[in-house]
Design a protein around this ligand. Structure first.
Ligand code: BGC
Length: 503
């Protein structure tokens, strides 16, 4: 069947493909009230956003250190993560907060340059290893499991100087680093994530250049980065699978972020456009790990546009058959970070050839409704129903796979302790997730971003997503419970998502 017809058939047979962006759906809606007992609940952070100690005890520099030190105006409040929430010194407070909430697991990342200062095995920094061992032991003593991300956007600067994620050598650099982590920390870890959100690393970091390392190479460098990220992930997964799986009894995957993309109207053209956008976002990384290659629509679109733009070959680098076999199947479960939703419409002129970029390569329009509630960051529209639709789509597209929600949460600017808006967000998003579970989607875990206020990349400390407030000027960085932490604690205990009425 020709691709477009296939997409139409798939799309029209799925309730989640139909336009549903009416304003009445944009409120915090509660559809299901009870969180099933089998859903494990965790919280997440990332090294650069919480650790601080950017140059202490032998840590090497990584791209976010360099990116912001070189140009502080890249961050809206001109702050940086040099100290951040200072979890390097106060990690016990983080674990105490998690214990208070009663979470089952903690998802955090290891800073590559804290244990390998120049990114390679030339020098292993024992102080860095000790920091993580202490954290693992603290978690273990409180009965909290560990989900570890090996790479959350902080490639060592020494490697970036050699091209970073654009240099094919990064695959082996990453594999060496991953193997070291499996060896040193394996006995403490229940789940491994090789890489967090490749879309942000490659599109924001090597396409738009708004994230570190700030390389502006839309539609070219970002695809090279994506290719290397997938190969690095796949090789690191195979090392785990062959050398460590049987003795460590843990699991391993990659975290892919995806918004939900809703057709703007009930027209076939918009249904197809929305499906294309989903393939360009989640599919760009999930299709290779599940089926072994880029989604066909990406291969076709980028080849077509590249030719029309005068390139001698497609800007999307091809995988060899051997690479396809290497990448295929390198996941133990699907992991997804989700925050918001977009509407998608087809271009008026289907033959239009746009500029050279990932965005234009999808050949569709996307936008958000101004009537949707907005959190502290402008793209951050609160649309709970989009979450349920994304989950149903994942099952429909990739089969009946286990799905772990590795991030979900909401920002504000004040850090208020009376964060009812965060309770509303978590409640309605979880409720739509449970609705999808009732429809047969196999979600097993739900992770809130984040346990503590931390350094929110380009927003610095302007956007706060924690369930514990930190006054960043307080030298002791006390973690102070917000109402949302008490709400989540109650949900974990009672499984009831609402104030009362679950009985
Ligand atoms: C990232 C986090 C970030 C969160 C909120 C996710 O894309 O993994 O590092 O803080 O979004 O913006």
């Amino acid at each position: 069947m020709e691709l477009f017809h296939l997409l139409v058939v798939v799309c029209l047979s799925l309730p989640s493909c139909l336009a549903d962006g009416d304003d009445e759906f944009a409120n915090y809606t509660i559809t299901k009230r009870i969180l099933p007992k089998h859903i494990a609940v965790g919280v997440a952070t990332a090294a650069y956003q919480i650790e601080g100690a950017w140059n202490l005890d032998g840590k090497g520099e990584q791209v976010w250190d360099t990116f912001i030190h070189d140009n502080p105006s890249r961050v809206s409040d001109h702050t940086n993560g040099d100290v951040a929430s200072d979890s390097y010194h106060f990690y016990k407070q983080d674990v105490a907060a998690m214990k208070e909430v009663g979470v089952n697991y903690y998802r955090f990342s290891i800073a590559w340059s804290r244990i390998l200062p120049d990114g390679t095995l030339k020098k292993i920094n024992q102080a860095g290893i000790d920091y993580y061992v202490n954290l693992f032991e603290e978690l273990e003593s409180k009965g909290i499991q560990a989900m570890v991300t090996l790479h959350h956007w902080d490639i060592p600067t020494a490697l970036e100087k050699q091209g970073g994620w654009q240099n094919p050598k990064v695959v082996d650099w990453f594999v060496d680093y991953a193997r070291l982590c499996y060896e040193k920390f394996g006995k403490y870890v229940q789940s491994w994530v090789t890489i967090n959100e490749p879309k942000q690393i490659c599109h924001a970091g090597y396409g738009l250049g708004v994230f570190a390392p700030g390389v502006v190479s839309p539609g070219v460098g970002e695809y090279l980065c994506a290719r290397h990220v997938l190969l690095a992930h796949a090789k690191a997964w195979h090392v785990f699978d062959k050398e460590f799986r049987s003795k460590l009894k843990s699991r391993n995957t990659i975290v892919i972020d995806s918004d939900w993309y809703e057709p703007a109207t009930h027209s076939k053209a918009d249904a197809i456009a929305a499906e294309i956008k989903r393939q360009f976002v989640y599919g760009m990384y999930a299709h290779p790990i599940v089926y072994g290659n880029w989604p066909k629509i990406m291969i076709d679109n980028i080849a077509k546009y590249s030719k029309a733009q005068g390139f001698k070959q497609s800007r999307l680098p091809a995988f060899s058959q051997e690479e396809i076999e290497l990448i295929k199947g390198t996941y133990d479960f699907l992991a997804v970070n989700h925050y918001t939703t977009y509407m998608v419409s087809a271009l008026e002129d289907p033959n239009h050839v746009g500029g050279v970029s990932w965005d234009e390569d999808s050949g569709v329009n996307s936008y958000q409704k101004s009537t949707w509630k907005t959190a502290a960051i402008d793209w951050f529209k609160i649309v709970p129903w989009g979450f349920g639709k994304l989950l149903r789509w994942l099952k429909h597209t990739y089969g009946d796979k286990e799905i772990v929600i590795t991030e979900n949460g909401v920002s504000d600017t004040t850090g208020t302790l009376r964060d009812q808006h965060r309770i509303d967000y978590l409640q309605s998003y979880m409720s739509h997730m449970v609705d999808a579970i009732y429809d047969g989607v196999n979600v097993t875990s739900y992770t809130v971003w984040s346990i503590i206020d931390n350094f929110e990349w380009n927003q610095g400390f302007n956007a706060k997503l924690g369930m514990y407030y930190i006054n960043m000027s307080d030298p002791e960085k006390r973690r102070i419970a917000k109402d949302s932490s008490k709400y989540l604690a109650k949900v974990i205990k009672t499984r009831c998502l609402i104030e009362s009425g679950c009985e």
